[in-house]
Design a protein around this ligand. Structure first.
Ligand SMILES: Nc1ncnc2c1ncn2[C@@H]1O[C@H](COP(=O)(O)OP(=O)(O)OP(=O)(O)O)[C@@H](O)[C@H]1O
Ligand SMILES: [Mg+2]
Length: 249
């Protein structure tokens, strides 16, 4: 089990209250988050499920300081209301504490696997030597020790997603956001990815918040939250099975 020293919000890595997000639509507004309360604990894999358009990606963006909500607050780690900070401080908070994994991998085409991971670590202030060592370790951890010098074009979808995971995990983030991390992958690669997310929670104590359409991923979750039309309609704790098998589509 993890031994992380928790912040002043106790077991909660993140706690949001009353999030409202509206987008302009024609002459009016559509409300995409309708007063959402959300929290996630260190060491938990928290799954957020819901139909397309229900507000899952918008919620992740509001929680992580990427998209300012019209109403509500987000307490995260030692910060009382992230949205009260300046833009620069929000960016710094994200860089220091959050990892991101997206459906589309978001890799730089011209960088090798090693360079993708090193770049983030150098941004964080590691020396070139430290960054290289840590990046290589992170890639080995996701089983890509033999692919360090390949560029994305030479990697399979599953390998690309593992590079993205290594990049997110290399800085040992306290909060890990994953938005549909398995939807572009087959069953076997999806299983590798969800197991890595499970491990980030169990072994590193990260609060892993994973958005997905795929009900098969529930097997690995400590908690499953359902959102529909900008409202949380269900929130269940469950016992994860780290050895679950993800059948192919
Ligand atoms: N920048 C924007 N401007 C206007 N409307 C937006 C914007 N971003 C999202 N929306 C709308 O907000 C709603 C929720 O979008 P969101 O991306 O959060 O859904 P989602 O649950 O992640 O869906 P999916 O499963 O398809 O990724 C959608 O109706 C979408 O069209
Ligand atoms: Mg989405």
């Amino acid at each position: 089990m993890h031994t992380r020293v928790h912040g002043k919000h106790g077991d909660f890595a993140i706690e949001a209250k009353g999030l409202v997000k509206r987008f302009k639509s024609g002459r009016g507004f559509v409300e995409v988050l309708k007063g959402v309360d959300f929290d996630a604990r260190h060491g938990d894999l928290t799954m957020v499920m819901g139909p397309s358009g229900s507000g899952k990606s918008t919620l992740i963006a509001a929680l992580s300081g990427l998209l300012r909500p019209e109403e509500g607050r987000v307490d995260a780690l030692d910060v009382d209301n992230l949205w009260k900070l300046s833009g620069g401080k929000i960016d710094r908070f994200r860089l220091d504490n959050c990892g991101f994994i997206f459906q589309g991998f978001n890799l730089f085409p011209s960088l090798t696997a090693l360079q993708q991971v090193e770049t983030v670590l150098k941004f964080q202030g590691l020396t070139a030597g430290q960054a290289k060592k840590r990046a290589a370790l992170a890639l080995e951890e996701v089983g890509l020790g033999h692919r360090l010098h390949q560029r994305p074009a030479a990697l399979s979808g599953g390998e690309k997603q593992r590079v993205a995971i290594a990049r997110a995990l290399a800085k040992d983030p306290k909060i890990l956001f994953a938005d549909e991390p398995t939807s572009a992958l087959d069953g076997e690669n999806g299983q590798i990815v969800i197991r890595l997310l499970r491990r980030a929670a169990t072994e590193h104590g990260a609060a892993v918040i994973c958005v997905t359409h795929d009900p098969r991923l529930e097997a690995w979750a400590d908690r499953v939250i359902h959102i529909e039309d900008g409202v949380i309609i269900d929130d269940q704790r469950r016992t994860p099975n780290p050895d679950a098998v993800l059948a192919s589509h």
